[in-house]
Design a protein around this ligand. Structure first.
Ligand SMILES: [Zn+2]
Length: 97
């Protein structure tokens, strides 16, 4: 699996399917401290604190939520209730370019 190209592309694992992808093909999640506890949120800045990733497939996010992969990876109590909506919004923004 040689991609040629120049330089080293750091790969991150999708918490849903377990596949490895370049950072540009992933959405990043981080943890946000709320009074109700640590909550998994979408990380638009791409560099806040501890991170976890899924690829751009909504099924992967759903899987990662269901099997609590994001929660355990980020040591959070729960995922944000509108995480899926935010994810969809990011996908739309990226599709638009
Ligand atoms: Zn995936």
């Amino acid at each position: 699996m040689s991609l040629g190209g120049r330089g080293h592309v750091p790969l991150r694992m999708c918490a849903g399917c377990g596949g490895r992808f370049a950072k540009g093909s992933l959405v990043r999640f981080t943890v946000f401290e709320q009074s109700s506890g640590r909550t998994v949120v979408l990380d638009r800045s791409g560099s806040r604190g501890r991170g976890a990733y899924t690829c751009l497939n909504p099924d992967c996010l759903e899987k990662a939520i269901k099997k609590r992969a994001l929660v355990s990876r980020l040591r959070a109590a729960a995922v944000s209730p509108n995480l899926m909506e935010e994810f969809q919004r990011v996908l739309e923004e990226r599709a638009r370019g």
